[in-house]
Design a protein around this ligand. Structure first.
Ligand code: BYC
Length: 315
């Protein structure tokens, strides 16, 4: 039998990556590459699904029919993103049920941002503008990720996120140009969401344990700090345009670098939220567990029907 030379396989794999040739599900890949993708893509899928919860909270209280229809469509888009991503995880040999159980047991993470509550209507605007805005900044480069199914899923996801970001900015703009009470509501919301939005990009580069290897494999195309800086540079002028103040006393445009300098992020708060101690962690996971339990009868009925059909076909 011909001996499989792992070093040679690894060399060819890295050569493909270096030449920007996509890795597809049936191609050979190092086990760590597969595990990194399963971790990142499943956590990304969980974020999309959990991300529906703060917005779902406002569907019945949207201020008019148009806003309600748009919000519903956005939430449905997030469900769709979760589904493409769970499918992408399955192409790596992971079991979908298991990845969800990992979310419910607390083994798998989801984005820290969704552990903050949506308290006012302005928060719907702020989530679209800042949270989807940050998501786009992070996900556009993922369209060039080395793993084919993830990269392709991201193309559609980014188109939809871009619509989400614009609808959020439109809500915030209208509030900022409305009555003094509406403007105050928008400012109060920005004050609460600004720092958690910056935390979405993950720990600073010096504390990020996965970035170096993920960049080598072209899973990630930019570091966490590079993307965070891009987000600040794009978003601060948007806030200024509508007369809102970013809650950072140290924020200042730096003529020498061409970028905004900004204040220190509260990393203790970030790690507390990631460890499960944020304002809404328990509520979010409980909602997902409940959804699984309450939807069990639908899956059982669908499976029973599928089995019956298969038997009828076979006979
Ligand atoms: N929250 O070494 P690092 C959305 C974890 S949803 C929680 O830098 P990596 C949307 C990290 O997992 C947006 N945990 O990791 C949906 C790692 O722990 P593990 C979701 C975080 O993977 C609905 C540890 O910290 N987007 O778009 O190289 C409505 C060390 O971090 C966070 C994605 O998931 C965090 N913020 O980089 C609206 C994009 N940050 O796993 C919008 C895909 C870090 O070793 N993911 N951790 O236990 C990524 O790009 C990367 O995974 C990250 C982190 C930049 C997030």
């Amino acid at each position: 039998m011909k001996e499989i030379n792992i070093t040679e396989l690894e060399r060819k794999f890295q050569e493909k990556i270096d030449n920007d040739i996509k890795i597809e599900p049936n191609d050979w890949m190092p086990e760590e590459y597969r595990q990194t993708l399963i971790r990142q893509i499943s956590q990304h899928a969980h974020s999309e699904i959990v991300g529906q919860l703060p917005e779902g909270n406002w569907v019945t209280r949207a201020p008019n029919l148009r806003r309600k229809a748009v919000l519903l469509a956005k939430i449905q888009d997030e469900a769709g993103h979760g589904l493409y991503l769970y499918s992408a995880v399955e192409t790596l040999g992971a079991d979908r049920e298991q990845t969800m159980d990992d979310l419910h047991s607390g083994k798998a993470k989801y984005s820290s941002i969704f552990n903050y509550p949506a308290l006012t209507w302005a928060d719907m605007g702020m989530i679209g503008w800042l949270v989807d805005g940050a998501a786009i900044m992070n996900q556009v480069p993922l369209c060039r990720c080395s793993y084919g199914p993830y990269a392709r899923a991201m193309v559609r996801v980014c188109k939809e996120e871009s619509f989400h970001q614009r609808q959020g900015y439109e809500i915030v703009t209208q509030l900022a140009q409305g009555t003094p009470e509406q403007k105050a509501m928008a400012q109060e919301s920005l004050d609460r969401w600004w720092w958690p939005a910056l935390m979405m990009f993950g720990p600073s580069d010096k504390d990020s344990k996965h970035t170096a290897q993920s960049m080598k494999w072209k899973i990630k195309r930019h570091t966490n700090d590079e993307l965070r800086q891009q987000f600040v540079d794009v978003t601060v002028p948007q806030a200024e345009l509508i007369g809102l103040k970013v809650p950072d006393a140290d924020l200042k445009f730096n003529e020498a670098t061409g970028h905004y300098d900004f204040g220190d992020i509260n990393w203790d708060e970030f790690w507390q939220v990631v460890a499960g101690h944020g304002p809404c962690n328990k509520e979010r996971v409980a909602a997902r567990k409940r959804a699984k339990e309450e939807g069990m009868w639908v899956r059982e009925a669908a499976n029973a029907y599928a089995e019956k059909r298969a038997k009828r076909k076979a006979s």
